[in-house]
Design a protein around this ligand. Structure first.
Ligand code: MRU
Length: 349
C-alpha cells in the first residue's frame, strides 16, 4: 500500500502522472516546454489546485532556462510573459497565479540571469516541498476534527495526486491508514469529469482506505442510509469571508450537510486563500466544453447540438462551512476575523 504521487522533478526534468488516463492506465509524461505544461494543466492531465500551482512553477523554471538574454530586466519581462501565459490555463484555482507570482518575484532578488535561473528552480522545489508539509499538517488537524467519526463523504479529488502528497480533504484518510485509524469514505463520482470515481477511489484504494463509490445524485440518500457523519472537501479558492470555490457539486453537499446537521469541512493550504477578494461572488468560475456533458467515452448521450451549461466549480457560502482546515490550524467562523488571524502575515495572492 502506498500513497500515489503525481509530480516529480529531478535534474531539471518535470514528469507528471497523466490523470486523464487513470485509473486504467498509469502513464507518466515528461513535460519539456512551457506549452507542454500549459496543455497538461488545460487538459487536466495535472489537476487539483496545489498540483497545478506546483506544475506551473516547474514550467516557469523550465522555460526560463531557455531564455538566452543576459540582461536581467529583459529576462524578468520574459519570465512575466511566460507566467501570464501559464496563468491563463485555468481561471479558478488561485494556487496557480500564487505560485507563478511567487516565482516571478524571486527574479527581482537575483544579481544575474544565471543566478535567477537557479533561484527559479529552487523556488519551485520549495513550493513543492512546502505543499507536502502543509498537506501532512492538514491531515493531522483533519484527524483531530474527525475524532470519533468514521463515515465521511467527499467529492472530486482533493487527494495526494492533486497536491505534492497526502492531499487536503483526503489527507486525514491517508494519515489514518498509516496509524490504523479506519474510515468509511463515500466518494461522489463527480460528474462530468469523474475525478471522484477515476481518481479518489483509485487513490484511496492504493493506500488501503475503505472507499465506496456513489453517484452525485445519491448523496442525500447515502447520508441518511449510511449515517454519514461528516463531509470534507478541498478548495480552489477561498475568499476573505470564507466563501469557498470547489468542484461543481460541492455547494449541493454543503446544503445537504446543513440540512442533515452534520459538519461540512473545507481542507486547504494557505496558498488557496485569496484575501484580495471579499466574497465568493468575485471568484471566476471556469466553464468547460459542452462535450464533457453531451458525450460519455466519446459516445453522445444527448441530442446533437443540445444547449449546455458546464461550470466546473461552485461556491459554498461561508455560513455553511463548519471549519476550514489549513496547515496553520483549524479556522472556525467568524471567518472574516479568523482567517487573517490564522494566516498571520500571509496576504494571499
Ligand atoms: O477541475 P479539478 O479536477 O482541477 O478540480 C479540483 C478540485 O475541485 C479540488 O477539490 C481542489 O482543486 C482541491 S485539490 C487539493
Amino acid at each position: 500500500m502506498s500513497i500515489p504521487l503525481s509530480i516529480s522533478w529531478s535534474e531539471g526534468q518535470l514528469v507528471i502522472l497523466d490523470q486523464q488516463k487513470l485509473p486504467h492506465e498509469i502513464e507518466y509524461v515528461t513535460l519539456e516546454t512551457l506549452e507542454d505544461v500549459f496543455d497538461a494543466i488545460f487538459t487536466l492531465k495535472v489537476r487539483g489546485a496545489p498540483a497545478i500551482g506546483i506544475a506551473a512553477a516547474y514550467g516557469l523554471a523550465l522555460s526560463a532556462v531557455r531564455h538566452e538574454t543576459e540582461d536581467l530586466e529583459t529576462f524578468f519581462h520574459l519570465v512575466q510573459k511566460d507566467a501570464e501565459y501559464l496563468g491563463s490555463s485555468r481561471p479558478t484555482a488561485v494556487n496557480l497565479v500564487w505560485a507563478l507570482q511567487r516565482l516571478a518575484s524571486v527574479v527581482r532578488n537575483a544579481g544575474s540571469v544565471d543566478a535567477a535561473k537557479q533561484l527559479l528552480a529552487e523556488e519551485a522545489v520549495r513550493i513543492h516541498e512546502e505543499d507536502e508539509a502543509s498537506c501532512r499538517q492538514i491531515g493531522a488537524y483533519g484527524l483531530e476534527l474527525l475524532e470519533g467519526k468514521k463515515r465521511v463523504m467527499t467529492i472530486c479529488n482533493a487527494g495526494s495526486i492533486a497536491t505534492a502528497k497526502y492531499g487536503t480533504a483526503l489527507a486525514p484518510f491517508h494519515l489514518g491508514a498509516e496509524i490504523g485509524r479506519e474510515f468509511e469514505v463515500y466518494a461522489c463520482e463527480t460528474r462530468p469529469v469523474f475525478q471522484g470515481s477515476r481518481l479518489t477511489v483509485w487513490e484511496l484504494q492504493q493506500s488501503g482506505v475503505n472507499v465506496t463509490l456513489i453517484t452525485d445524485s445519491m448523496a442525500a440518500h447515502t447520508i441518511e442510509a449510511k449515517e454519514v457523519e461528516a463531509i470534507i472537501v478541498g478548495a480552489d479558492r477561498i475568499a476573505a469571508n470564507g466563501d469557498t470555490a470547489n468542484k461543481i457539486g460541492t455547494l449541493n453537499l454543503a446544503i445537504l450537510a446543513n440540512a442533515y446537521n452534520i459538519p461540512f469541512y473545507v481542507a486547504a493550504p494557505s496558498s488557496t486563500f485569496d484575501v484580495s477578494i471579499g466574497s465568493g461572488a468575485e471568484i471566476p468560475i471556469e466553464e468547460r466544453k459542452p462535450e464533457e456533458i453531451t458525450h460519455f467515452a466519446g459516445e453522445p448521450v444527448a441530442p446533437l447540438g443540445t444547449k449546455v451549461f458546464n461550470p466546473a466549480f461552485d461556491v459554498a457560502p461561508a455560513r455553511l462551512i463548519t471549519a476550514i482546515i489549513t496547515e496553520k490550524g483549524i479556522i472556525k467562523p467568524e471567518y472574516e476575523k479568523n482567517i487573517p488571524a490564522a494566516l498571520g502575515a500571509y496576504t494571499g495572492k
